[in-house]
Design a protein around this ligand. Structure first.
Ligand code: HEM
Length: 94
């Protein structure tokens, strides 16, 4: 898929975090590699192809694709422009 707007989303652990069998100590900086997510064959079929339809509509596949790809981040630090961007896209796609 296209190179995402954000290459990675970073966080700092405020306490110990257990991920699988690994314990990440407090104050460790961690990041989610959005580029790797975007090109993961297990999440998206044909990630190297431009298929905008994969995001559209209410099909299970489209809902799952949107849920699997945190284009605006997540949690309390999620993108503050998210609703604005969605509104602009909605208006311009009519
Ligand atoms: C397609 C357009 C955009 C995309 C894909 C995008 C994506 C993102 C992402 C991934 C983050 C990091 C979120 C996280 O760490 O969890 C972020 C943060 C942020 N975005 Fe956007 N953004 C877009 C447009 C905008 C616009 C138009 C504005 C302002 C009008 C904006 C304002 C912000 C701000 C202020 C933050 C920092 C939030 C914080 O750290 O608390 N973004 N954005």
């Amino acid at each position: 898929m296209r190179i995402p707007s954000y290459i990675r989303i970073s966080r700092k652990c405020t306490g110990p975090v257990t991920y699988g069998h690994v314990v990440i100590p407090p104050n460790t900086s961690i990041c989610m590699a959005i580029t790797l997510l975007a090109n993961d064959n297990l999440r998206f079929g044909q990630p190297d192809k431009f298929i905008p339809e994969r995001w559209l509509g209410d099909s299970i596949e489209a809902q799952e694709a949107r849920a699997r790809y945190p284009s605006f981040g997540f949690g309390p630090r999620t993108c503050m422009g998210r609703e604005c961007v969605s509104a602009v896209l909605d208006i311009n796609s009519r």
